[in-house]
Write a protein that binds this ligand. Structure first.
Ligand code: 2IT
Length: 449
């Protein structure tokens, strides 16, 4: 069989099925483009139509979320949960609250999550949910009423052994608190049905830090393959949400100098790099006051604020995109390469466009896809589930050891799978292949369901 013709037909059929789902199709295309040798050596995947089955979510729930603002005005948002694949464990993945949320974006995220969760070594299926709700500028009361309304429907579809949501963009500990409270009220059970909970009521220590720390550990692992390290390297981290700020923290701890980062208003260029004092300010600004990075340059006037500008023109050795999908374009990749960037480690989901990835791979620099390098977050979510099951807590150090071990294991799986199928050093291919095989083989074992 001509595998290339088979995958071309497969992708064409997918495009016909969901013509408007651009990011989902982009994610599917990327995965399929790396699976040719796997399909060639395992024709059973073709015969059993594993690809066709894998790209079809097991279930999508879409629902109305009505809520009232502080003035009494009524708003209606749309809520979703995409339960993508449960072959290796209960659906697991975050909830995104952002104006950009559509069925397309959540299908893409749930698809990526399926592979990512497979790589973590833990028994986690893939899912994602969210709403087009924008929490920015809303009062705590408004956010609470929205979250309660969201949960009034979602509660019947999730559960400790069924589907375990967590946070994502626009959904942090505050939102998880409100959702978990309502979930508990409606079901009358105290279980680990959510992760990313606060430690007082079932959360794991180190869960907030896990994604960002994991990105830094993965960066360190990639550089180690070139007998190099983060120490002394100039770094850029794009987003300054939960992932970005903790990536800045760990990269700095590992001896890196983080000189660029950004938020919705623009970017900061801080030639001297972030230190402990600046990091403490940043954490308070982002997590407590929910303020703008403009305040960072007021406090540290040697740093420059660049309104509306991204970070990618700032010279660096290491770039970690941590904001959102398709934030780093082909032109940005060329600029990074021209300025000497040698390592791109994705902290968000699919932040690099296909053109950008192509440019990095053609230049032969280290590049890792988010589904491998940002898996630390969901991995510690898995560890939160374990702790909840045992009804005990591990220390920060214990969780960090597990996280470190899991990131090492993901790194090795990527390298091994890539080499086994003739694409040595290609982390994208390795992540897709290793993630795919575990899920695909489990689907085969379980028959046509
Ligand atoms: O993209 C992600 O991996 C997450 N938003 C975390 C999901 C989780 O269940 O912790």
């Amino acid at each position: 069989m001509d595998i290339h013709a088979y995958t071309a037909d497969f992708l064409e059929a997918q495009e016909k099925k969901d013509p408007g789902q651009k990011v989902f199709l982009q994610a599917v295309k990327e995965v399929v483009s790396t699976l040719h040798p796997v399909l060639e050596q395992n024709p059973v995947y073709i015969k059993e139509k594993i690809l066709e089955r894998l790209v079809e979510p097991e279930r999508i729930i879409s629902f109305r979320v009505p809520w009232q603002d502080d003035k009494g005005e009524i708003h209606v948002n749309r809520g979703y949960r995409v339960q993508f694949n449960s072959a290796i464990g209960p659906y697991k993945g975050g909830i995104r609250f952002h104006t950009s949320v559509t069925q397309d974006s959540l299908k893409f995220l749930a698809f990526e999550q399926t592979f990512k969760n497979s790589l973590t070594t833990l028994p986690l299926g893939g899912g994602k949910g969210g709403s087009d709700f924008d929490a920015r500028g809303k009062s705590d009361g408004e956010v609470m009423r929205f979250c309660h309304s969201f949960m009034n429907e979602l509660y019947r579809h999730i559960g400790y052994h069924t589907d375990v949501p967590a946070g994502d963009l626009g959904c942090g500990a505050r939102e998880i608190g409100y959702m978990y409270g309502q979930y508990k009220k409606l079901t009358d059970v105290f279980t680990g049905t959510f992760t990313g909970k606060k430690p007082n009521w079932g959360g794991s220590l180190l869960r907030p830090e896990a994604t960002g720390y994991g990105v830094a550990y993965f960066t360190q692992n990639m550089l180690a393959t070139k007998n190099d390290s983060v120490k002394g390297k100039t770094c850029i981290v794009s987003g300054t949400g939960n992932v970005g700020v903790h990536a800045i923290e760990k990269l700095t701890e590992l001896g890196g100098k983080v000189v660029g980062f950004m938020d919705y208003d623009g970017s900061v260029y801080d030639k001297d790099g972030v230190d402990a004092e600046k990091l403490a300010f940043l954490k308070d600004l982002v997590f407590v006051r929910r303020g703008s990075l403009k305040e960072y340059v007021k406090k540290f006037p040697k740093a420059e604020f660049r309104p509306g500008k991204k970070t990618w023109d700032i010279p660096c050795n290491i770039a970690c995109p941590t904001a959102c999908e398709n934030e780093l374009h082909g032109d940005d990749a060329k600029t990074l390469l021209k300025n000497g960037c040698k390592c791109v480690c994705e902290g968000s989901n699919m932040p690099c466009t296909p053109e950008a990835i192509e440019a990095f791979q053609a230049a032969g620099i280290l590049y890792s896809p988010g589904k491998a390098s940002n898996a630390g977050g969901v991995a510690v979510s898995g560890l939160e589930m374990t702790q909840n099951s045992m009804r005990l807590y591990w220390t920060r150090e214990e969780v960090d050891q597990y996280l470190h071990r899991i990131m090492n294991s993901i790194h090795n799986s990527c390298l091994e799978a890539a080499e086994m199928y003739g694409m040595k050093g290609n982390y994208m291919a390795g992540a897709n292949i290793a993630g795919f095989k575990k899920v695909a083989d489990s689907m085969l074992d379980q028959g046509l369901v």
